[in-house]
Design a protein around this ligand. Structure first.
Ligand SMILES: C[S@@+](CC[C@H](N)C(=O)[O-])C[C@H]1O[C@@H](n2cnc3c(N)ncnc32)[C@H](O)[C@@H]1O
Length: 333
């Protein structure tokens, strides 16, 4: 079995150059889905004119953003500069959200550098029109760390709202059955057991998500070459909780196109963007591949296998594990 048919594109500039001629979009261009549901823009999220061009007057019910985290392993900027950059694309997002809408941000905290940029981002957000609602942590199965520290297994997700949007609580229920019995409470003068009180046999995800498998090479949804892919299940949960059927979702940091695929799966529309034409092409191909095959990704293949079939890197490279691993020493739980 080919376990990693395409190496990480961020560390293989030569491969990027090979792929670029096959990319449909150039900087500034927008691909419109032939069904009219979705759009993919090859744009800079911080450019107001480019974002407005992508939206073409439409307003979104939900934004899900997963920007580069300013960690050393990726492109690192001076912190103040990074936060000013965040202010720009958050401002663009606020401008294209409906009066009652939701907004989610994935962000990291670098424990070796004052936990930046998470707290700085949170403070900056106080100056915007968005109100904080929840601080969610998603637990990874694989972690990174040394023998002298707690293993790092978390991913942070901030939930903000504009106005007073709907929240579909059905989306919060996990597949994990309730096991705690015998917890009694008086409701309307009657002593009830917690099983009777709950709406479901299963537990709610709450703000610590422990039931989501992070993406690795053996999963159907894996998009090899992508280094920061979020699990589809997490994005589906957000889409179902915070947008109505046929509603419009935006994501300005598309990468592998997880948000667009979740929108397609749940009858929402999605306008998404990435600054890199290679990732824009991957997003478009992931949607086309799904529509043609019902496959969520390329478990044993990759998006460019027609153009680059016999890749010499296929056997040599490491499996594409969970993708934000700034330290080399990883531990499998
Ligand atoms: C952390 S990844 C997003 C992962 C995505 N949630 C997924 O599940 O595949 C960040 C992406 O943002 C893109 N990016 C970086 N700077 C950008 C900018 N200024 N505007 C738009 N996209 C940008 C990168 O090319 C990268 O693909």
């Amino acid at each position: 079995m080919k376990n990693n048919p395409l190496p990480r594109l961020d560390v293989s500039e030569e491969l990027r150059q090979q792929i670029l001629p096959f990319c449909r979009l150039h900087t500034g261009e927008v691909w419109v889905d032939p069904t009219g549901h979705h759009k993919v823009g090859c744009i800079d999220a911080a450019s107001t004119s480019a974002v407005l061009d992508l939206m073409d007057g439409e307003k979104a019910h939900l934004a899900i953003h997963d920007p580069p985290y300013n960690l050393v392993a990726f492109e690192e900027r001076e912190l103040g500069e990074y936060i000013r950059w965040c202010q720009q694309w958050v401002g663009n997002t606020v401008a294209v959200l409906r009066p009652n809408s939701a907004c989610y941000f994935w962000l990291g905290a670098d424990q070796r550098h004052g936990f930046q940029p998470l707290p700085d981002f949170m403070v900056m957000m106080r100056q915007t029109a968005l109100r904080p609602r929840s601080f969610i942590t998603m637990r990874n199965q694989r972690g990174y760390g040394t023998q002298k520290n707690w293993m790092a297994v978390r991913q942070e997700l901030l939930y903000y709202i504009k106005g007073d949007p709907e929240f579909n609580i059905e989306a919060e229920y996990t597949d994990i059955p309730k096991i705690l019995r015998g917890y009694y409470k008086e409701v309307d003068g009657k002593l009830t057991e917690n099983g009777e009180r709950g709406k479901s046999e299963n537990i709610r995800a709450g703000n610590v998500w422990v039931d989501i498998q992070q993406v690795f090479y053996r999963m159907d949804e894996n998009v090899s070459g992508c280094y920061a892919q979020k699990p589809l299940k997490a994005i589906e949960r957000i889409v179902r909780a915070s947008s109505p059927k046929t509603g419009l979702v935006v994501d300005f940091f598309a990468h592998s196109g997880t948000t667009l695929l979740a929108a397609e799966l749940h009858q929402r529309r999605c306008f998404t963007a990435d600054i890199d034409p290679v990732f824009c092409e991957i997003v478009i191909r992931r949607l086309e591949h799904f529509r043609a095959t019902r496959r969520l990704g390329w478990q044993n293949g990759h998006p460019f296998e027609k153009e680059l079939p016999a890749a010499e890197w296929a056997e040599a490279s490491e499996p594409t594990g969970e993708k934000h691993e700034p330290e080399l020493q990883t531990t499998l739980l």
